[in-house]
Write a protein that binds this ligand. Structure first.
Ligand SMILES: [Zn+2]
Length: 88
């Protein structure tokens, strides 16, 4: 990954890492990049908030993490949301 990619983590890239981020399954470097992007991009920040909240709610209700297909659905929603905002 070039230095420029680090400086300009795109929303699309963040979408790819979103579930890993929530699962705390990223390298510290990747996590920092996402945190940085979230600090600069209100849209992604809000969406991650919502997604995190949804997953927390599911966890509280079920007593366990949501099934992978549930998270895949959430990620699909995020990708769709991003496609409507291609200029981000
Ligand atoms: Zn973004």
């Amino acid at each position: 990954m070039s230095h420029e990619d680090h400086d300009h983590l795109r929303c699309r890239k963040l979408a790819e890492s979103m579930t890993a981020y929530i699962d705390d399954d990223l390298t510290p470097d990747d996590r920092l990049l996402i945190d940085k992007h979230l600090g600069e991009c209100g849209g992604c920040h809000n969406y991650l908030d919502q997604m995190q909240h949804t997953i927390d709610t599911i966890k509280a209700l079920r007593g366990s993490a949501p099934a992978p297909e549930t998270r895949a659905k959430l990620l699909g929603l995020f990708r769709q949301w991003k496609q409507d905002r291609e200029d981000c």
